[in-house]
Structures are given as C-alpha cells and as structure tokens.
Design a protein around this ligand. Structure first.
Ligand code: NAD
Length: 349
C-alpha cells in the first residue's frame, strides 16, 4: 500500500489530514502544502473518485497549486485544499458539511476553506456553523465575498485578452473563435464576457443540457465533449477539470493560445515543454485563475473593498506578461517560469 509520502505529487506538504465521519458518511482529505506566507487557503472539491489514490493525488496537486497561486497573486496566504470523496451520484447533506466544518475547525486555522467543484455557497454556510476558517460566504450587497466564480471568470477573461494581445497582436477578442471546455461557473462567466465583446463561442460540457443553455445564452454552439480540444480556434479555454493537457492532446491542438481557469491543466510538468515547443502560448493556470482566491482572500483577510478586489484581479494580465517575457528571454516554458517564481516566493526556491 502506497503511503501519501510516496506519491510523486507529495512535495513536503505540511499536513495531510484524513477525515472519516461514520454518522454522515463523510470521507475527506485536507492537505496543507505550505503556510510560509499565511494560513493554507483553498477550496473544497466534492467529487466521485473511482479509487482513493486518485483523491490523494488530486488533493496533493491542488494544494501545492494553491501555494503557488496565492503566492503569485501577492496574497498573505499559504496553500491548502480539501477533497470530499463522494459516491457516484455525488450525494451531499448538511450533516456531511457540518462534520466537514468540525474537521476544518480541528486544524485551528492552518487551513481555510472555500468553494470548488461540487461545493456551493449554501454548503459553505453549513460549514461556517462549525468553523471560523471558511470564506466564500454570502455577503450583503456591496461587501466583498460570496461566490468566487464570477471573479475567477473576470481574471480568466482578462488573461485571454492579454494572450490575444501578446500572441495575435489584437486588442480585443471581437471576431475571434473561442473554444470553451466546460459550461459551469467559471466557463459561463468567460463565455458571457467574450461573447459580449464579439467573440464566437464553441463549448462542450458532459452535462449536455447545461452546455446548450449557455450556448443559447451567448449565441454559441455546442460541440461534442471529445471534439472541443481539437477544434480549430483562436483560443482554447479549459474551464472544467485538470490534467487535460497530455502529450497526445497537445499534439492534436489546433489553437495558438491555451488560456483557461481549470486547475492543474498540465498532466505533468513535461507537458509545459511540449506545448511551448508547439509554439502555443500557454497561460499558467494558477496565475490566470487567481481572481476567485483574490476575492476569497480579501473577504477573509478583510483588507480590500470591491474596487480593491477588482484592481487586484486586473493585475493578472501584467503577471502573465512578466512570465511570458521571462519565457521569451530564457527559452523556458511559461509554466516552468511561473513555478520557479512561485517557489521562490514560498521559500522553497
Ligand atoms: P463547475 O462545477 O461550476 O463547472 C465545471 C463544469 O465542468 C461542469 O459543468 C461539469 O459538468 C463540466 N465537466 C466536467 N468534466 C468535463 C469534461 N470532461 N468535459 C467537459 N466538461 C466537463 O466548476 P467551476 O467552479 O466552473 O470550476 C471549473 C474549473 O475551474 C475547475 O478546474 C476549478 O478547480 C477551476 N477553478 C474554479 C474557481 C472558481 O472560482 N470557481 C477558481 C479557480 C479555479
């Protein structure tokens, strides 16, 4: 039996906490990668993992990604993440989230949770009845907080525009074809903003009805799930799940730009080189998708109002440009450049 220490994704994580609550059926893993810059912050993902090893791998990768993301967003936060191992129907209950909240509280602030795939604001409200270490809660109009999805979408959209400027020399996405993987919270915000600026949208989601609804709203078209990554377009924006950029999928890409909000898009660091060698401009995921955590952090740390959050998100394009410039001068791929910058910031450079 492989221990968490032996997983290739284990990177001296400070805490890996396994949670079982027999009364509610809760099975979860909380991983804190680094608290060098502050409490380990990152959302909770509720997902059906065919085997438990997949869940361990996911939480190790995602929590390290949060350390990098928070550091690169200039936040006083470390990196952490939680996964809830759901059944195939992804059944959830208030009692399950109450038990999860108690386990977060038990870590005494080393980990601060928020939303991720499968976890909604009402779920977090239940969590917040049992722990203070939670963000992404409903707030009164005008206050900072709430669902991070729209903020992530805003940052991803600005990142797409920066990539379009840098790679295609265009100041707008008007008339460009954007292929979007996913039709959830992040994808829908990206699709709406891009369509509003005049882009043509193609999208795919394993939830066909969700995909159709979004396509109808933005005047786009739905394409089969297995075709979205090989579509000829100006931008591929992955906004569903991770590890979608493999040697095989990269070889089949027909876009000059990959820029989207999904976490951990590269299956392994080696794919960062492959996509670079193909001359495709890649926006490192945890840099372009930091809008949500910027909002969550500002709510939790209470150090910015709505205008301040917007201004912080608007720094994402500049960060991407710094990474692409260093990539140009050193020849290293943008993902490797971003990782090295992030590791220096968390004291592991
Ligand atoms: P969501 O649950 O709202 O949407 C995800 C969508 O992806 C769902 O509609 C799902 O059906 C679809 N999907 C799953 N597998 C797919 C596949 N193989 N092909 C096509 N579609 C598929 O989640 P979200 O909040 O929009 O998050 C999307 C991604 O962005 C995730 O990787 C998440 O970790 C990342 N992310 C989200 C935020 C945020 O603020 N919500 C912040 C940073 C990163």
């Amino acid at each position: 039996m492989q221990s968490p220490w032996d997983y290739p994704d284990f990177d001296d994580h400070e805490v890996v906490h396994f949670v079982t609550d027999a009364n509610t059926g809760l099975k979860a893993i909380i991983a804190v990668h680094s608290t060098h810059l502050g409490p380990g912050a990152g959302g909770t993902r509720l997902w059906h993992y065919p085997n438990r090893g997949d869940a361990i791998r996911d939480v190790l990768r995602l929590s390290r990604g949060m350390s990098y993301k928070n550091a690169m967003a200039g936040l006083a936060l470390g990196g952490g993440k939680a996964v809830i191992l759901a059944d195939e129907a992804r059944t959830k209950s208030d009692e399950m989230f109450a038990a999860f909240g108690r386990s977060v509280e038990g870590l005494c602030g080393k980990y601060v949770t928020a939303e991720d795939v499968g976890v909604t604001v009402p779920d977090l409200v239940e969590v917040s009845r049992h722990t203070r270490y939670v963000s992404g809660l409903p707030v009164e109009a005008g206050a900072v907080g709430g669902d991070p999805g729209p903020h992530t979408s805003y940052g991803v959209f600005l990142g797409i525009k920066a990539a379009v400027r840098s790679k295609l020399g265009k100041g707008s996405v008007a008339g460009l074809h954007i292929a979007i993987q996913g039709a959830g919270s992040v994808a829908s915000g990206v699709a709406r903003r891009a369509a509003e600026e005049g882009a043509r949208i193609s999208l795919a989601d394993i939830d066909g009805a969700r995909a159709q609804k979004l396509a109808d709203e933005v005047g786009g078209v739905v394409v089969p799930v297995n075709e979205i990554m090989t579509l000829e377009a100006d931008v591929l924006s992955p906004n569903a799940l991770g590890a979608i950029l493999t040697a095989e999928s990269i070889a089949a890409l027909r876009v000059p730009i990959v820029a989207g909000g999904a976490n951990n898009q590269l299956a392994t660091p080696a794919e960062g080189d492959l996509i670079h060698q193909r001359g495709i401009l890649y926006a490192p995921d945890y840099v372009i998708n930091a809008g949500g955590i910027i909002n969550v952090a500002s709510e939790y740390l209470k150090d910015a109002d709505e205008a301040g959050v917007k201004a912080r998100i608007e720094q994402i394009p500049g960060r991407l440009e710094t990474i692409w410039a260093e990539s140009d001068t050193t020849g290293r791929n943008p993902a490797a450049v971003a990782d090295a910058m992030a590791r220096r910031l968390i004291g592991r450079g």
